[in-house]
Write a protein that binds this ligand. Structure first.
Ligand SMILES: [Ca+2]
Ligand SMILES: [Ca+2]
Length: 208
C-alpha cells in the first residue's frame, strides 16, 4: 500500500515534472517561433529594400541607355540629332539658310536659333564656307554700319587683326550705301546694302 502510494506520488511528480517540461518546451517553441517571425520579417524587409533598390536601378537603365544613344548620336550628329540641318566644322555648328532675307533679319533669325551670323576668322573656315556656299551669296556677321569703313564682327572679334577675304576692289561702299558683308561669287566677300536679300550663315558652339 505504501509502496503503491509512493509510486503514485512518484507518478504525480513525474506528471508535474512532465508538464513543467512541456511548458518549458512550449515556451521554447514560442520563442523560436517569435525569433523566426522576426527573422522572416527582417529578411522580408531586407529583400523589399533590395527589390526597391533594383527597381529604382531598372528605372535608371533607360536613362543610361538614352545617354548611350545620345552619345552615339553625338558622334554622328555633333550639332544634335534633332538639329541635323546644322553642320559641324572645327568645333562649331553652322546653319546655311534656305531662304533669302536682309542682313538685319538674317541676324535676328540666327539669334532666334541661339546663334549668330558667321564670323569667318580663318582660312580653314573660309574654305569650309566656300565649299558649302558654292557661288551663292550668304550674309556673314560683318558690318560697317556704325562707322563707315570701320568693319565690325558681330561677336566682337577684332576686325583689324583677323583674317579677311574681300574680293578685289571690295569693300567699295558703292553708292555710299554698302554696310553689310556677304560671301559671293568664288566665296570672296563683298559689301552690299543691308536690305539686299540673300541667304545667310549662322554659327553656334557645339551644344552640350
Ligand atoms: Ca560701308
Ligand atoms: Ca561692294
Amino acid at each position: 500500500m505504501d509502496e503503491e502510494h509512493l509510486h503514485d506520488d512518484l507518478h504525480d511528480f513525474k506528471d508535474r515534472n512532465f508538464f513543467r517540461l512541456k511548458l518549458r518546451s512550449f515556451a521554447t517553441v514560442y520563442l523560436l517561433l517569435a525569433l523566426s517571425f522576426l527573422l522572416i520579417f527582417t529578411l522580408f524587409a531586407v529583400s523589399l529594400s533590395r527589390v526597391s533598390a533594383i527597381s529604382s536601378k531598372l528605372q535608371e537603365v533607360p536613362l543610361e541607355q538614352r545617354h548611350n544613344i545620345s552619345g552615339r548620336d553625338f558622334l554622328l550628329f555633333p550639332c544634335g540629332p534633332r538639329s541635323r540641318e546644322w553642320e559641324y566644322f572645327d568645333g562649331k555648328c553652322y546653319y546655311f539658310s534656305l531662304t533669302r532675307t536682309s542682313w538685319h533679319k538674317a541676324k535676328a533669325q540666327c539669334e532666334e536659333m541661339h546663334s549668330q551670323l558667321a564670323v569667318i576668322n580663318s582660312y580653314a573656315k573660309q574654305n569650309f564656307v566656300m565649299f558649302r556656299t558654292r557661288n551663292e551669296r550668304f550674309w556673314i556677321g560683318l558690318t560697317d554700319e556704325n562707322s563707315e569703313g570701320e568693319w565690325e564682327w558681330v561677336d566682337g572679334t577684332d576686325y583689324k587683326t583677323t583674317f579677311t577675304f574681300w574680293k578685289e576692289g571690295e569693300p567699295n561702299n558703292s553708292g555710299s550705301n554698302e554696310d553689310c558683308a556677304h560671301v559671293w561669287g568664288s566665296g570672296k566677300w563683298n559689301d552690299v546694302y543691308c536690305t539686299y536679300e540673300c541667304y545667310y550663315i549662322c554659327e553656334k558652339p557645339v551644344p552640350k
